[in-house]
Design a protein around this ligand. Structure first.
Ligand code: ASN
Ligand code: ZN
Ligand code: CA
Length: 332
């Protein structure tokens, strides 16, 4: 009548998250049947096609070192699984399109390639091996960032330029942080930093800081007229800052051992409502209010509407949404 398929799991020895459980299939390959049959492929330094599906004679993947080609595969496969679980368990969304269908990951893209990207055309995410092919861009926050580009593309569809492009980038950073806090492994506890594990700057500093985006030397802390002309990875700054402020509040604070200090453009304090409520508000705005042309002003209106629907317009949550936007110079 039907073929019964067991939910199979193997062991991943990752570079960034220690030893983890991976969804696997057959005997043996990286196909996660519990998560839309998401697959992970080895491009083996190529730059096109799918390369080969990670396969092996045992169900143990990688050894924690980048020289073992399975290691980056294990990290990417884990990142996709955690991001899938986050969207499913926290927001009730089954997969990137909400239809239960998995995407796929490709690792070992190119030679010394220091980037990762989502592509709508392949419905897949791709990871380079980083400088010296020694720092694969497969950390959990990067995986969640790239997978979230797929979610944004299939929901609000925020155009990837101008202010909507900055909001698109910020959406990927916001859920990158949320997924990291959700997963919260000892090796990679949740933080409001993006890319702290991949050493893209070569000096141990992260790629982006959500409490004070300008710490990276290029991102903007607050909205200003004309922010739409800067690179989307820098015009994301104010929205990342908004997310930090509404989650944790203004001022100095240490979370999971990381010290933050966030100030507002209007000098007024913001009282945080916690990252779970903040992420819920952003997700609902992304999926029910934002459109392809949403700009900062419209993101404020959309999130206020959502906060009103969820908590009421006289709630502390509604006030926090308004104060956090005021704190990045939107709607004042
Ligand atoms: N890693 C970059 C990103 O996801 C790639 C790009 O610029 N699209 O934003
Ligand atoms: Zn991005
Ligand atoms: Ca991080």
């Amino acid at each position: 009548l039907y073929e019964w398929q067991a939910i199979e799991t193997g062991t991943g020895n990752t570079m960034y998250n220690g030893q983890v459980t991976l969804g696997t299939s057959g005997s043996y390959n990286l196909t996660d049947t519990a998560r839309g049959s998401h697959k992970t492929y080895n491009l083996n330094r190529g730059t096109s096609g799918t390369g080969t599906l990670f396969s092996g004679t045992d169900d143990i993947w990688g050894n924690g070192l980048p020289s073992n080609l399975e290691t980056a595969g294990a990290d990417a496969h884990y990142g996709a699984a955690e991001t899938w679980d986050y969207y499913k368990n926290i927001h009730g969304r089954s997969g990137i399109r909400g239809d239960g269908v998995g995407a796929y990951s490709r690792v070992h893209y190119g030679n010394n390639y220091v980037n990762a990207f989502w592509s709508d055309s392949c419905f897949c995410m791709t990871y380079g091996d980083g400088t010296g092919n020694a720092k694969p861009l497969t950390s959990l926050d990067v995986a969640a960032h790239e997978m979230t580009h797929g979610v944004t593309s299939n929901t609000a569809g925020l155009v990837y330029s101008g202010e909507s492009g900055g909001l698109n980038e910020a959406t990927s950073d916001i859920f990158a942080a949320a997924v990291e806090f959700y997963s919260n492994t000892a090796e990679d506890p949740g933080d409001y930093l993006i890319g702290e594990k991949i050493d893209i700057n070569g000096d141990g500093t992260p790629l982006r800081y959500m409490d004070k985006p300008s710490k990276d030397g290029a991102s903007k802390d607050s909205w200003y007229s004309g922010i739409g002309s800067v690179d989307v990875h820098y015009s994301s700054g104010p929205a990342n800052h908004w997310f930090y402020l509404i989650s944790e509040g203004s001022g100095a604070k240490t979370v999971n051992g990381v010290a933050y200090n966030s100030s507002t453009s209007d000098g007024l304090p913001v009282t945080g409502i916690g990252r779970d409520k903040a992420a819920q508000i952003w997700f609902k705005a992304l999926t029910t209010k934002f459109t392809s042309t949403t700009n900062y002003a419209a993101a404020r209106t959309g999130t206020l509407a959502v906060a009103g629907e969820l908590y009421g317009t006289t709630s502390a949550e509604y006030t926090a949404v308004a104060n956090a936007w005021a704190g990045i110079n939107v709607g004042t």
